[in-house]
Design a protein around this ligand. Structure first.
Ligand SMILES: Cc1cc2nc3c(=O)[nH]c(=O)nc-3n(C[C@H](O)[C@H](O)[C@H](O)COP(=O)(O)OP(=O)(O)OC[C@H]3O[C@@H](n4cnc5c(N)ncnc54)[C@H](O)[C@@H]3O)c2cc1C
Length: 373
């Protein structure tokens, strides 16, 4: 019998947890190092498209995610108070899109990891790794593995310790993300179960993506240019946002949290691996959130990594094959998202922008379309 292979993973985010579960399902022993004192999701809400839902199915988290997520039938785009476009997600087009709180998604992934017996070390800050398969932590410890996974986010220390970063870009816009009560009745007439993309181009470019997450929680992604000191200030200067989006005044007025402004950032690497170390998720390919595919591609590449290592016994070859297979679509998604962000293009859902959502990810070929309504 072949000896059990062992993986050390940096980061218990969406990429790290998915990689951990997928490797455990294939017989690996897995330990995750998380620098935070507790495991939890940061941010407010999230879109998970059909491709991401298929990954959740593969790692046993799908049913739990669907319970308590929201499925908007329609995505509206409104500019300066007028309806510009309406996209309806239909069963025959095959595209599913669920919205939910980040914590909801995270809890389901965490429970899947716990069920699979993944070990998670909190308060364990990774400072780097070697191509030979050693992961090093800030408290002076070294961990040997057959595979090290750098899933430690956009500022990845694993990636940087191996000199893999090729490009980092910061964009003209960014977002404050908040969760707030739905207040459907106070919002007045209209279908407030839709996802609604509000743009204001009159006085200053501002955008609020209105995203129901469940019956109680509403996610607002509030976009403003980096250069707009007033609109990017937190705690939010709500009068600016109410003036631009009077329809949303009841919810904006009730915003209590300070929030945090994050400028859009992207990363590109020279290679996705070095020796026995693979880089996955935002550490490898952070993207602007304009297609809602950062976590989707992170989870796709994490599952595909485990599948590649199952199909190809040589780790080096498996990592090369993994990158050759998965990187083109990820970069297409990244480039498409960046272009939309650069042009401040109003959302348009078509063959190009739904390419990633409609992709059948590696390791999920056996599933039919997932019907959730
Ligand atoms: C405004 C905005 C909106 C977005 N909306 C969507 C969306 O709707 N849909 C979607 O699919 N994606 C979306 N994304 C992208 C998505 O959030 C990311 O792509 C996703 O979180 C990446 O997951 P990850 O696990 O790679 O990284 P992260 O989520 O950053 O997780 C990294 C983990 O590693 C830990 N860590 C960091 N450094 C260390 C260290 N040195 N040692 C140990 N642990 C460490 C962190 O604490 C964290 O737990 C959005 C992003 C932004 C900015």
């Amino acid at each position: 019998m072949a000896a059990q292979r062992h993986a050390e993973i940096a980061g218990a985010g969406f990429a790290g947890l998915t990689a951990a579960v997928a490797l455990r399902q294939r017989g690996w022993s897995v330990r995750i190092h998380e620098s935070n004192r507790e495991v939890r999701a940061l941010g407010a809400g999230i879109f998970i498209w059909e491709n991401g839902l298929r990954i959740l199915k593969a790692i046993g988290a799908y049913e739990e995610v669907v319970q308590g997520a929201h499925e908007a039938i329609t995505y509206e785009t409104r500019r300066d108070g007028s309806l510009i476009a309406e996209y309806t997600f239909t069963v025959d087009k095959g595209t599913r899109m669920l919205t939910m709180t980040r914590q909801h998604l995270y809890s389901a992934l965490l429970r899947a990891a716990q069920r699979e017996g993944v070990e998670i070390m909190t308060n364990s800050e990774v400072i780097g790794a070697t191509p030979a398969g050693t992961l090093k932590t800030a408290d002076g410890l070294s961990f040997e593995a057959d595979l090290v996974v750098g899933a430690d986010g956009v500022r990845s220390k694993v990636r940087d310790s191996l000199g893999l970063l090729q490009e980092r870009n910061v964009y003209q816009d960014g977002i404050v993300r908040v969760l707030t009560p739905r207040l459907k009745r106070e919002l007045g007439p209209g279908n407030w179960d839709h996802v609604i993309d509000f743009w204001n181009m009159r006085s200053r470019p501002l955008r609020i993506l209105y995203v129901p997450c469940n019956e109680q929680d509403l996610y607002l992604a509030m976009m403003a240019p980096v250069a707009d000191r007033e609109a990017t200030a937190t705690p939010l200067r709500t009068h600016i946002w109410i003036a631009a989006f009077p329809q949303l005044a009841p919810v904006i007025r009730r915003l209590r949290v300070g929030g945090r402004y994050d400028a859009y950032e992207t990363t590109k690497l020279i290679r996705w691996s070095s020796g026995k170390v693979a880089i996955v998720g935002d550490a490898a390919h952070a993207m602007t959130p304009t297609l809602g595919q950062g976590a989707g591609t992170a989870m796709m590449n994490a599952l595909a990594l485990a599948v590649a290592l199952e199909r190809q016994p040589s780790t080096n070859r498996a990592l090369q094959e993994w990158e050759e297979r998965e990187r083109p679509l990820t970069e297409l998604t990244q480039d498409c998202s960046a272009q939309i962000a650069n042009e401040r293009r109003l959302s348009r859902w078509d063959v190009d922008t739904l390419r990633t959502a409609n992709h059948v990810p590696t390791g999920t070929e056996g599933f039919g379309p997932l019907v959730t309504r």
